[in-house]
Design a protein around this ligand. Structure first.
Ligand SMILES: [Zn+2]
Length: 133
């Protein structure tokens, strides 16, 4: 089971989340974004595709428009949005914009699926079957 998990997480072309991280070949810690060196032990790290599946670690609401550029307001103008850290099942925390319909429904620990987009990664509530643990 553990072997299968590592093989899946380190295959450079799987899965389709587009989250390109790395994994230390020594202590196996996962890193995002990808880095050539391990932040824990300083050893070499290899490219690794991350699953994107995780849970919300902490979050807040951005209530005013960020500096532009790089921020680009959507066509309808700025709306408050949630941002947070998602702890992936690989153990690494990824900062992401939370694509949720209702800010009042956001809860620490909720299952999320993170994908890489242009700029900041995006997280949306995980559907059944995506909540790999
Ligand atoms: Zn390491």
């Amino acid at each position: 089971m553990a072997g299968a998990l590592i093989r899946m997480a380190t295959h450079p072309r799987s899965p389709a989340t587009g989250l390109k991280g790395s994994r230390c070949s020594g202590c196996l810690v996962a890193v995002y974004p990808a880095d050539d060196a391990c932040p824990r032990c300083g050893g070499p790290a290899d490219p690794a595709a991350l699953s994107g599946a995780g849970t919300l670690w902490t979050w807040t609401v951005q209530r005013y428009a960020p500096k532009s550029p790089p921020y680009q307001a959507p066509p309808g103008g700025f709306e408050p949005f949630a941002v947070g850290y998602v702890e992936l099942k690989e153990g690494v925390r990824v900062a992401a914009v939370l694509d949720v319909d209702d800010l009042d429904a956001v809860r620490i620990g909720m299952p999320l699926m993170v994908t890489a987009g242009r700029g900041v990664p995006r997280a949306r509530p995980a559907t059944l079957g995506e909540e790999g643990s």
